[in-house]
Design a protein around this ligand. Structure first.
Ligand SMILES: [Zn+2]
Length: 353
């Protein structure tokens, strides 16, 4: 047992920015900080030093940067421009969400689509994420699936137009502040974050748009596997559904790998590096023995969680062909997101009879 290695490794889910608290009077020196008027003591900045260090340490070639929690598209685009061989990025409706959070303007799908359209038109982004843009503001009111379906279709139309992938978030952190945010969604079957089964309809209607089920049901959520099972159900029915596996413990890979309707071609490695969802807990003698978990007794971590190391050790337990492992670790992501590799023919492909 050791660390999984691949000939070209891509992490599809990384947050390369971090938040810092700063003095209020210094917080109006950028467009972004004017936008975050409601939380003027917080600033985001590039965490690329630590990220590149970890990537080198664990031989991760490329990571896909995702905005979340007010991390900006602009800063991700800048990081991609500075390190085009190590970073690519997805975009989200960051400003639309911040305006809604600050009470400037209610969240609106038209504004979100406009912001995404402008970002994708720059050619800097390979997809839409993290998650399907949605009203995340305190004024958020639950809407019917019909209304949400209409919003998601507008986002899918944009993905189709730009030929990019979309992400569908389906995992629930167990504790921290996420507990309260997630609690209002959990168990509500009309919520796409809560119910990956809703992706069936979207995947069928947009067969050419790759949909990554982020976390595939396992995200700092302890050892619950019910959402994971739902994700497998969706993946079994559609060729354009991919399962993001970075927080899976080793045993969770078995079923999708041998399922004739899923297989290694539909798994992509993505860890959530840089987010608070990945501290690991230990339950000796249990399955899983270690798992990503928000330990509410330990509290918020002040250190950079080492998710690459844990995740690659879990993958390292699998005794599968190296070509299959190479697809999970990077090949599928390269094909789906158009990530360049140093050579062609690096990933499993057989001449069709
Ligand atoms: Zn994330």
């Amino acid at each position: 047992m050791g660390l999984a290695r691949g000939r070209f490794v891509v992490d599809t889910h990384v947050h390369g920015q971090r938040h810092a608290f700063k003095l209020k009077e210094r917080a109006v020196d950028s467009e972004f900080n004017e936008l975050v008027d409601g939380m003027p003591h917080v600033e985001v900045y590039s965490n690329e030093g630590r990220l590149l260090y970890d990537m080198d340490r664990y031989q991760v070639d490329v990571v896909v940067l995702l905005p979340a929690f007010a991390m900006t598209n602009e800063l991700n685009a800048k990081m991609v421009k500075e390190h085009p061989e190590r970073f690519c990025a997805m975009c989200s409706d960051v400003k639309t969400q911040i305006r809604a959070k600050n009470g400037v303007e209610p969240w609106d799908i038209k504004n979100a689509v406009k912001e995404l359209d402008d970002a994708l038109a720059t050619g800097c982004f390979v997809g839409i994420g993290e998650g399907m843009p949605r009203d995340n503001s305190p004024k958020y009111k639950r809407i019917s699936w019909d209304e949400r379906h209409d919003q998601i279709c507008q986002i899918m139309e944009l993905a189709k137009k730009y030929k990019v992938a979309v992400t569908w978030h389906c995992g629930f952190p167990a504790g921290y502040a996420g507990g309260s945010d997630m609690a209002r969604m959990q168990g509500h079957q009309e919520e796409d974050w809560s119910n990956p089964l809703l992706a069936h309809e979207i995947a069928a209607d947009y067969p050419d748009v790759p949909i990554i089920l982020e976390h595939a049901g396992i995200e700092g959520s302890g050892y619950r596997t019910d959402v994971y099972e739902q994700c497998l159900t969706v993946a079994r029915s559609h060729h354009n559904i991919y399962l993001e596996t970075g927080q899976w413990w080793a045993e969770l890979y078995a079923k999708p790998l041998i399922d004739p309707n899923i297989g290694c071609e539909r798994l992509v490695w993505g860890t959530d590096w840089g987010a608070a969802s990945s501290p690991q807990s230990w339950m000796p003698g249990q399955v899983p023995e270690t798992f990503c978990n928000q330990d509410i007794n330990a509290g918020l971590p002040a250190h950079q969680i080492d998710i690459f190391g844990w995740s690659l050790r879990e993958l390292g337990k699998l005794n599968i062909p190296q070509d299959d492992l190479n697809l999970i670790l990077g090949g599928n992501a390269c094909r789906m997101l158009g990530i360049k590799t140093p050579f062609t023919r690096m990933f499993k492909e057989y001449i069709k009879k």
